[in-house]
Design a protein around this ligand. Sequence first.
Ligand code: BDP
Length: 736
Amino acid sequence: MSFRGFLANLTLQIFKPMKNLFAVFFFTLFSISAFSKDGYELWLDYPRIESSALKTEVETLFSGIYFFGQEPTQEVIRKELQIAGNKMLGKDPVFTQERLDRTRLWLGTREELAQVLGLETQMKIRNLGPEGYWRGSIDFQGKSYYAIIGNQPVGILYGVFDWLKSIQTETFDPKSEKSDAPKVKLRMLNHWDNLDRTVERGYAGFSIWDWHKLPGYIDPRYIDYARANASLGINAVSLTNVNANARILTTDFMKKAKVLADLFRPYGIKVFLTARFSAPMEIGGLKTADPLDPDVIAFWKKKTEEMYSFIPDFGGFLVKANSEGQPGPHEYGRNHAEGANMLADALAPYGGIVIWRAFVYSHEIDEDRHKQANLEFEPLDGKFRDNVIIQVKNGAIDFMPREPFHPLFGAVKNTNLGMEFQITQEYLGQATQLVYLAPMWEETLRSKTYRPTPSSMVAGIIDGSDSGQKLTLMAGVSNIGTDRNWTGHLFGQANWYAFGRQAWNPYLNSEEIAQEWIKMTFGQNPEVLSKTKEIMLESREAAVNYMNPLGLHHIMGRSHHYGPAPWVEGGRADWTSLYYHRADSLGIGFDRTATGSNALGQYAHEISQVWSDPNQIPEKHLLWFHHLPWDFELKSGNTLWEGIGLHYDQGVKTAREMKSQWDSLQGQIDPERFSHVSQLLAIQVQEAEWWRNACLLYFQTFAKRPFPTEIEQPQGDLEYFKSLDFPFAPGIRPRW
Ligand code: BDP
């Protein structure tokens, strides 16, 4: 009998006379409080330490924490240690500032350490910047202590979280030292949250920002959110949707945003807001939003001044302009630099920045959507102010399951470029599918750009090591909502976690990140670790296979983007599927070589030369860049048509394996989380089959060839698949 079963039984025995009602009540109480694992705690659950050696070690350190400083961040550290101590050891840590003889663990800034102890030992951390930390043992007056030191309090906070992680993952070694600092300056979540609490492309309930009850009511979730972010080193959040509502810039909403900024500050997190370019007209009573108009300039200056009166460390504005119907400088014959610089000038006196998105394209321009961002931004190279950074999606189309890296990376020399990844799984199974995204981000970050230097790669543009830029940024579109487990699918948490880790250090390996997350989420059981890791690591390739193999892209349902719909046509061409797959009786794929749109010409010569040849391009990008005959021979010797079938089928098979792997862990994972994931994996298998069947039956109408015999023959009726409609799918883009 499981422990919970035993408890239920015991409760029933004790309360037999009171009959079922009380028993159920007490059982529920027990389950909810002590034993329920609903995912709310994220990776910060701090389970009891099992290994006795580690326990003794940690207990000793927790029994005498010499605590410097009274700053709010230090208060946050103290609280975190209290939570962790109680959960891991069952008791409060002992903080001391007087009893040197009882001290075991020192927490302080380098300066404090020098002042109080007269120690200048930790010189190494000097160069680690405001957010870096060092942890290890120090000797003082013949005694050895463990110390966690930062140049600033936030560095100590990061060091403490890292130390707690080492305990949770049972890798803590008091004898070895570690220092670390983030490689990217702004590590940021972009919430696509609307003021009415709906979340564009959000699959985890509503927005956690309760604008209506702010500024008066502080939801405790805000603090847990900040803790989770700080534990990863995420230091910036943009609270509102890029499809912005100007109202967020009114005084009433600034007061609300101020409450969040005040709460997040001790956690090292800065608040940004999205600025709607037409705000001067919507809330400023002006007739124009022309960025060169003196009244418009004055409006933004005044707004910015007001913003800083509420939030003195306000981060700045995130802007989506002239894209998908959003207003922008083009309406007034101005370019993106003129628009961005006007805002940048308003922010500069306060140290604020403008994050201007490169996700711009228009169906009115007769040009491959893939090329449009480069066409707009390359000519503006060097024209943006220093406090502007251009936020570029990982690929040139739109967060597809697999995209080649965006050709803007490496194409400009004097413009700050930041990365935008999508954590929310808009095109990767939304919240019904387990898809671990870190391998996808790793693939992009490690892509060689060959520019500005022959050895450059995307990560080196982002962190400034190849590009030389000082202002660096990695942003992730949040997958967080009001669902009890925050991300809808429990494994969505792994994507939030991995994003934070990769933003801190874009060179981290996604397998190691998965391993950390699993241990912190499910504990140390080796079987759980190895099977879960395998599931996670194969999940993204599985999704690519059953959704968009061999470079296919943008063949999902219209508007809600849920499920397969390679037949979408009509309306804006660049929002249809036919625009992208171009299947016909001869073949399939988008010719982006010199004979087609020549989007390939936007990449470095080393790339365009190789990728222009269908026999040399990595097959994963084949149909992204080439329109090829159905009988084109793949490296495996199969024809293209056969290869497509095999990939789709492989995707389904992997999804089934993932499900059976997980199910074999029954009894080793708490029942709530086990069943949550198991049910969702069952849906994932069905959705994978649906993708395979719908896409293969549809493409067969062009290919007119039998399916390869070795695959499970697609079932179902194409007309039925086409008739499916999902008007209530979550996250649909609101129309206003
Ligand atoms: C697309 C989403 C849309 C967003 C847009 C963006 O479908 O909802 O507004 O990206 O990034 O992928 O602005």
